[in-house]
Design a binder for this molecule. Structure first.
Ligand code: NDP
Ligand code: 8X3
Length: 252
């Protein structure tokens, strides 16, 4: 029988690649994001390529009322969630702290910290009930190190790191695994969002550099999810070979 995985932020990048990877490897998939047309496209693609079942949950992780309603609306068989991938997240802006935009800060805090908490608060009791489950939080190298102009984004990802440790302790007695995966640079829509649609600036981030792609992280997630029942990978930093730290990388 297939396991069921709920992936937040599945319309693009790491989340999209993970949905496809898991669907190809004996998971039925609940996909989430705000762009409904991209969720429908992904559903179609997965159904054409695999035998996995797909269910769309269209909500904004920042809206707790909608998060609650969406999870409550799941048909009974889909409530049996085995895996939650808390992936939805973003960086907005890249400024010194004295020049930062408060709206950008709030979007990052609301999405990366509060959104992750809202979804976890609603899904984890379903796992506790059956004493089984695996939560994977997508942190970042920005949650392990802090770089110039990264201030609030780094803060949100440090919070994801700390919350992941707390979840692991609290959910231990229920035998629920918690894994935090911290990628270095991955070429996705991440920089386009960070630079508010400035394509040229976003492309420069990866110019001459050989970054990770979404599928590399999807592959890591599949590895983590296919360890024996008694093994939990707590924490992983995954970087491109061309990157050593948040700020130190080599170009071709
Ligand atoms: P993308 O921008 O390609 O994907 C982000 C996903 O998050 C999209 O599917 C987006 O969907 C979704 N999302 C954003 N805000 C919300 C929201 N409020 N509610 C629901 N879904 C939302 O970026 P990545 O794939 O790179 O990012 C995925 C995660 O990986 C993030 O948490 C990011 O911080 C982290 N990360 C990324 C790295 C990188 O270099 N790319 C490195 C380290 C970590 P939609 O717009 O349709 O809602
Ligand atoms: C994304 C990677 O280095 O831009 O989390 O913060 S970085």
């Amino acid at each position: 029988m297939n396991r069921i995985a709920l992936i937040t932020g599945a319309t693009s990048g790491i989340g999209r690649a993970t949905a496809i990877k898991l669907a190809q490897n004996n998971f039925d998939i609940i996909i989430n994001g705000r762009r409904i047309e991209l969720l429908e496209e992904l559903e179609q693609e997965i159904k054409e390529q695999t035998t996995a079942k797909v269910h769309i949950l269209h909500f904004d992780v920042r809206d707790n009322v909608h998060v609650i309603k969406s999870i409550d609306s799941l048909p009974k068989e889909w409530k049996n969630i085995d895996v939650l991938v808390n992936n939805a997240g973003l960086a907005v802006g890249l400024n010194h702290i004295d020049e930062g935009d408060i709206d950008d800060w709030e979007r990052m805090i609301d999405t990366n910290i509060k959104g992750l908490l809202y979804v976890t608060r609603k899904v984890s009791p379903l796992m506790v009930e059956k004493r089984r489950g695996h939560i994977i939080n997508i942190g970042s190298i920005a949650g392990k190190e802090t770089y110039e102009n990264g201030n609030v984004y780094c803060g949100t990802k440090h919070a994801v790191d700390a919350i992941s440790k707390g979840m692991r302790i609290d959910l231990l007695k229920h035998r629920i695994k918690v894994t935090a995966i911290h990628p270095g640079m991955v070429e996705t829509e991440f920089s386009l969002v960070r630079f508010k649609g400035d394509k040229e600036r976003a492309e420069k981030v990866y110019q001459g550099f050989n970054p990770l792609v979404g599928d590399d992280i999807a592959d890591t997630i599949l590895y983590v999810l296919t360890r024996p029942e008694h093994v939990c990978i707590n924490d992983m930093i995954v970087m491109a070979t061309a990157q050593a730290t948040a700020t130190y990388k080599v170009t071709n």
